[in-house]
Design a protein around this ligand. Structure first.
Ligand SMILES: Cc1cc2nc3c(=O)[nH]c(=O)nc-3n(C[C@H](O)[C@H](O)[C@H](O)COP(=O)(O)OP(=O)(O)OC[C@H]3O[C@@H](n4cnc5c(N)ncnc54)[C@H](O)[C@@H]3O)c2cc1C
Ligand code: SF4
Ligand code: SF4
Length: 1018
């Protein structure tokens, strides 16, 4: 007989992590069953799925990624045979712990993302559970249709998850919650019963019951349940636009058509698994206008909602100064603030229509009428640019509700909803409650439907804090019920269900229990959530026993109270790193794997410090595997709202992982490029002979673990520094500027640095170049060689000391090197004054030129521009754009994210090369291939230029070369392949002198490699 799985984690304090023999047998059986997808019961995968966007954490038994419905059916059957609980998972953005449990997690998001059918005539779509909300909305929009519910996570959340949580969003005003947009569902029960459910007439109901079988039994019990509780349901369910609390038993009432599909919406994996859903699509207004109203405060704004709703908007969202204050603290408001009218709180009201005139007239009339009642202090009918800005502020709500180190907030009381007509008064009383408990929060949300988001400064680490947390939640629930509202306005219940009796009373809570047991009599579907819930303060991610060890690190993490532990707490799970635009996260965009998201990596490092699921600390192979596909692009540092900085954590991790042991050969070949390049600068022809001659080249690549498909860049015959030394400085009486001779431009692309000299001299500067062999150490970070990196930085601080103290500016051409001085440097040496000077005095070329108000000559050409990841993340590319505009270029800035090369990462063979090419092929490489041949291709990163050279017939130029082009022949006609004249040719064969040095070179390089491999271990 097979053993039932132990289920220790389901006790209130249970954080089960061991893979007991039952779980091992289940994993083996799943594999034997021929699951086409993936079965992962290893510690790393379990750690990865231990949490969602909530305060809770439970390590699952294992994870299955099904490829098709058959896989799901087999998985559920095997779990039943072993008595293992299960739960479905989409993007894992659930706010109340309904997406973590000691269960087998079935993750639909990787493979099950097909829109099976989209029928514009019938206005329906059939979707698999892993389809992304925007995927469906975009497909529908091609027919001027839309799927109305759009949670703020619409770019990455799944339909399965939206059905699980009964999600909403701004356009629920127009089309209702998810529940109102589901026609039918195909479902699977824990006992393997499979059926299609939807609306059922009374005749059909009786017929189904008569037919008997498991389906008939279920329908019979549902009918009896309905009959037993119908009056109570009618009495106790609040009739408000946003009720997400409790099961939707009202959908079984005759007046609602005994809709079993809709009754199962919002059941959070506690009853059934959704295999497929048929959704409703509605007409999508093709013309839209937004009015932004400003109010004295959020209470006044709340008071005005009812009047505005009477004008029939398609969305009505609100927020107040608490959000804009936080955005300002994080320098994230920029010009968007200017688009908002005067006030301390705002309502954004969107109108929709079939023509521009219709919507314009509607919006103007509403504005006039609503202004005249004197409630708003200001009003603005936004133009398209302003519309983008004001909505960007609203959409940043969750992102800026938490400011690590300044205002650290937690979820759980985050989405209560009341009747919209009493919103102002509710907010007044809620404010009093918050003050009573001395809590603080940011306010934003779906004011039009009375739902306000409030992440609160709860203390979840001390006994006193938890007592206060519980007490507050109970009082807050009482308050919302007094106002006729709902505890959940859109986030679902999860573990918060302990509060449900306050809203529904014990009898209806018993009805929920009966409903669940009709579907899941064994109690194996997502146990402890919604029904018979764990206590609110059980299974916490932190809690009173949270006390991770303080580890000694190279980086000092000054913005995280000087603690790596605090840095790993930054990620709060919102899942934005699973989006498909921008830079974060290139490896996820290619693999669609949670373990290759920023969140997955942050969670694994968090788990490493807990020492439960991840037990090998800095030597853990699961973490290594996850970090290995991190391109260290810093996209997360730039785009994650809490600046989770995986590139830095990866460098730190690798430094410990390799402590006292050898790294792979490419770490020495590529990480130590500065030293190799220095050696080669005496005989570039010799090395080029090796790297550019077919058989030798292949041997070199194989020895250094470089992908055979890649070519090794040729060294320039003369380095930039050799050229500069020979030429000497000019503009001797002008102010000095140091041009940073980074390894890449110095040795491989000296023409870029020579162009920069010309530009800086044209801008009125005396260019100086450090004589010493210095390197910022960027390649060292990628391999975690942090001791060496620190040594390099010390040398730089010493070499530049005098210049730094005299305030001489330093201009870097390679954004990743500038990023070292602007970011890593002060993280390693937060208290070193010279380090701070270097940080504040170093600029990329465009920043420096803009600061100096330099006006280059015009270059009226077309250009396709790709921003380098580190440039975007650390410096921002606003100044780059300003310089391109000053040049008069007609340019397109690509949303190309990371080029995929990321330093030497994309050169490495195997998975790195594959992911690198897929990342490049996402946007950048097709855009370059498709660009007009007379257009310039512009990017400042050495690796991006290499990726373009490798995969297209174009060569990209650095901004310095573009300005040089303007200085030389700005007025000339645009030719095809305009870059060709600005790039230096490399000799393909060694000279006689070089050939005589060949033997010596081989010997030297060989011994150096051996030396490095044996000596350099940190
Ligand atoms: C930053 C942020 C903003 C948000 N804004 C909104 C908002 O504006 N409006 C809103 O409504 N919500 C919002 N949410 C909550 C959340 O994003 C939504 O509930 C979303 O729809 C969940 O989708 P998901 O794919 O992440 O689901 P998951 O979290 O993966 O799953 C949600 C629930 O559904 C269950 N489930 C998943 N797949 C299945 C299946 N096939 N069968 C049965 N059950 C299944 C899961 O077990 C879980 O209980 C927000 C969350 C975050 C982090
Ligand atoms: S890493 Fe950032 S974007 Fe990703 S889930 Fe965490 S907080 Fe959100
Ligand atoms: S550094 Fe880049 S690849 Fe790595 S986690 Fe961050 S966004 Fe993803």
């Amino acid at each position: 007989m097979r053993s039932a799985l132990r289920n220790e984690g389901n006790s209130p304090d249970g954080k089960e992590i061991s893979l007991d023999p039952g779980a091992q047998a289940l994993a083996a059986e799943l594999r034997e069953d021929g699951i086409r997808g993936e079965v992962r019961f290893d510690r790393g995968s379990r750690a990865l799925y231990a949490t969602d966007y909530s305060i809770y954490r439970q390590v699952p038994i294992g994870v299955v990624l099904p490829q098709d419905t058959d896989d799901i059916v087999k998985t559920v059957a095997a779990c039943r045979r072993h008595g293992a609980p299960i739960l479905g998972r989409g993007c894992g953005t659930s706010p109340n712990g309904q997406c973590c449990n000691v269960a087998v997690v079935i993750d639909f998001s990787k493979y099950m993302r097909q829109i099976v059918e989209l029928n514009p005539e019938k206005k329906i779509a059939r979707v698999e559970p892993g389809v992304i909300c925007d995927q469906l909305r975009d497909a529908a929009e091609e027919h001027d249709l839309t799927f109305a519910p759009n949670p703020a996570t619409h770019a990455f959340c799944t339909l399965g998850g939206m059905i699980g949580n009964n999600s909403c969003g701004a356009y629920s005003v127009m089309g209702g919650q998810t529940i109102a947009n589901i026609h039918e569902m195909e479902i699977l029960l824990y006992d393997s019963t499979r059926m299609r459910v939807g609306e059922t007439s009374e005749e059909e109901l009786e017929q189904i019951i008569e037919e008997g079988g498991r389906r008939g039994e279920i329908y019979g019990k549902l009918r009896d349940l309905r009959n037993k509780y119908a009056d109570l349901i009618r009495e106790r369910y609040p009739q408000i636009p946003r009720r997400c609390s409790g099961y939707n038993l009202d959908q079984l009432l005759p007046e609602n058509g005994f809709n079993v599909a809709r009754a199962l919406v919002g059941t959070e994996s506690t009853c059934v698994t959704v295999l497929e859903a048929t959704t409703r699509l509605i007409d999508s207004p093709q013309f839209r206008r937004t009015i932004a109203f400003g109010y004295k405060d959020r209470f006044d704004a709340g008071d005005h909602v009812k009047e505005i709703m009477a004008h029939g908007p398609i969305a009505l969202e609100g927020f107040d100064h608490t959000l804009t204050d936080n955005m300002e603290t994080k320098f994230a408001l920029a010009t968007d603030r200017e688009a908002l009218p005067e006030g301390g709180a705002w309502l954004l009201v969107e109108f929709g229509g079939d023509s521009e005139e219709e919507v314009e007239e509607h919006a103007r009339a509403a504005k006039e009428a609503l202004e005249s009642d004197g409630k708003p202090v200001s009003a603005k009918l936004c133009d398209p640019g302003e519309e983008t800005s004001v909505w960007a502020v609203r959409q940043a709500g969750v992102d800026y509700s938490n400011v690590p180190g300044t205002m650290e907030t937690e979820g759980t009381w985050e989405d209560a909803a009341v009747p919209p007509e009493v919103l102002g008064d509710y907010l007044r009383d809620f404010d009093k409650l918050l003050n009573k408990y001395d809590y603080y929060c940011v306010y934003y949300g779906h004011f039009g439907q009375g739902c306000v988001h409030t992440r609160i400064t709860f203390d979840l680490k001390t006994a006193e804090g938890l007592k206060k947390f519980r007490s507050f939640l109970f009082e807050a629930a009482e308050l919302v019920v007094e106002y006729g509202g709902s505890i959940a306005g859109e986030y679902g219940e999860g573990q918060r269900a302990e509060l449900l009796p306050i809203m529904f009373g014990d009898e209806l809570v018993e009805a929920f229990r009966e409903f669940k047991s009709i579907w899941d009599p064994q109690g194996k579907m997502n146990p402890g959530k919604v029904v018979d819930p764990y206590p609110l303060d059980a299974n916490l991610r932190t809690g009173t026993d949270y006390n991770p060890p303080q580890v000694k690190t190279h980086f000092k993490f000054p913005e995280d109270r000087h603690s790596f532990v605090v840095a790993t707490e930054r990620c709060f799970g919102i899942g934005r790193c699973r989006k498909y635009s921008g830079t974060m996260c290139p490896s996820y965009m290619v693999t669609l794997e949670e373990k290759h998201t920023t969140r997955g990596r942050a969670n694994l490092l968090f788990e490493m410090l807990q020492g439960e699921a991840i037990t090998d600390g800095w030597r853990d192979e699961h973490i290594m595997e996850s970090l290995d596909l991190c391109l260290a692009c810093k996209g997360c540092k730039g785009e994650c709202p809490v600046q989770t900085d995986i590139a830095t954590y990866k460098a730190e991790f690798l430094s410990h992982y390799y402590e006292g042991r050898l790294r792979p050969v490419n770490a020495y070949a590529l990480g130590l490029i500065h030293w190799w390049a220095k050696l080669v600068s005496q005989m570039p022809g010799v090395v080029n002979f090796f790297t550019q001659t077919p058989i030798l080249r292949d041997a070199m690549k194989a020895a250094a673990d470089i992908a055979p498909e890649r070519s090794i860049p040729a060294f320039a015959p003369k380095t930039f520094k050799q050229w500069f030394r020979e030429r000497g400085p000019r503009n001797l009486t002008k102010p000095p500027v140091i041009l940073w001779p980074d390894t890449f431009n110095n040795h491989f692309h000296p023409e870029t640095a020579r162009a920069a000299v010309e530009v800086l001299e044209d801008a009125g500067y005396r260019v100086e170049v450090p004589e010493q062999h210095l390197c910022c150490g960027r390649p060292l970070y990628d391999f975690g060689m942090l001791n060496l990196a620190k040594r390099q930085l010390h040398q730089i601080l010493e070499a530049l000391g005098l210049y730094l103290r005299e305030g001489v500016p330093i201009v870097g051409l390679e954004p990743s090197c500038v990023a070292v001085f602007r970011d890593e440097l002060t993280n390693l040496f937060p208290n070193d004054e010279d380090a701070r000077r270097l940080r504040s005095q170093t600029f990329v070329l465009s920043e420096f030129l803009e600061k100096e108000d330099y006006q280059p000559p015009k270059l009226e050409r077309k250009a396709v521009v790709h921003g380098y990841c580190h440039h975007k993340a650390i410096m921002g590319i606003g100044d780059e754009q300003k310089v391109l505009e000053r040049l008069g270029l007609d340019y397109e800035l690509l949303d190309s994210g990371c080029c995929g090369m990321a330093g030497s990462w994309g050169y490495e063979k195997g998975e790195h090369y594959d992911v690198s090419m897929k990342a490049g092929e996402r946007v950048l490489l097709p855009a370059v291939r498709g660009a007009d041949k007379d257009a310039l291709i512009v990017t400042d990163g050495f690796s991006c230029r290499s990726q373009i050279t490798e995969a297209t017939d174009r060569r990209a130029l650095h901004l310095a070369q573009v300005i040089q082009m303007a200085l030389h022949d700005g007025t000339g006609p645009a030719k095809d392949y305009p870059e060709s004249e600005h790039l230096e040719a490399r000799p393909s064969r060694p000279s006689l002198r070089d050939a005589t040095l060949l033997g010596a070179g081989v010997a030297l390089t060989g011994s150096a490699l051996v030396w490095a491999a044996t000596k350099v271990t940190t």
